[in-house]
Design a protein around this ligand. Structure first.
Ligand code: IDP
Ligand code: MG
Length: 137
């Protein structure tokens, strides 16, 4: 059993597709072990995406992530990290495979509907960033 961190980004929350995206997880063997809807502060977003600090898109990414509320969840299941990445599709929705969350719900690489941890190691770091142990069950 693995756990991974998912964020439904501001574009998807604003579109009203929280339920449709959560259904993709639950219908594909990923259990929701924790969940909350949050308005991130700039400080939160900068710290969460610190690995991308040197990238040219960092400021746009932070602006976007604080542009509205997000839904953050811990997903649990077999191969949860990779399974979530498969369900999400490619970073650029234009390259995302048919039937993936990004192909179905995202507009462009800036507003691409979801975040998912990219490794088991980063999943543990990202889960601890947003949730205390007693919030996960
Ligand atoms: P991921 O979300 O698929 O793991 P990362 O490379 O970790 O993709 O990038 C984090 C986020 O930064 C992406 O989801 C996307 O919103 C944004 N991003 C990545 N590359 C670009 C880019 O080339 N232009 C604009 N935004 C980007
Ligand atoms: Mg990433």
């Amino acid at each position: 059993m693995e756990q991974t961190l998912s964020i439904i980004k501001p574009d998807a929350v604003a579109k009203g597709v929280i339920g449709k995206i959560l259904d993709r997880f639950e219908s594909n063997g990923l259990r929701i072990a924790a969940m909350k809807k949050v308005q991130l502060s700039r400080q939160d977003a900068e710290a969460f995406y610190a690995v991308h600090k040197a990238r040219p898109f960092f400021n746009d990414l932070v602006d976007f992530m604080v542009s509205g509320p997000v839904v953050i969840s811990v997903l649990e299941g077999e191969n949860a990290v990779l399974k979530n990445r498969d369900l999400m599709g490619a970073t650029n929705p234009k390259e995302a495979a048919a039937g993936t969350i990004r192909a179905d719900f995202a507009e462009n690489i800036d507003a691409n509907a979801v975040h998912g941890s990219d490794s088991l190691e980063n999943a543990a770091i990202e889960i601890a960033f947003f949730f205390s142990g007693r919030e996960i069950s």
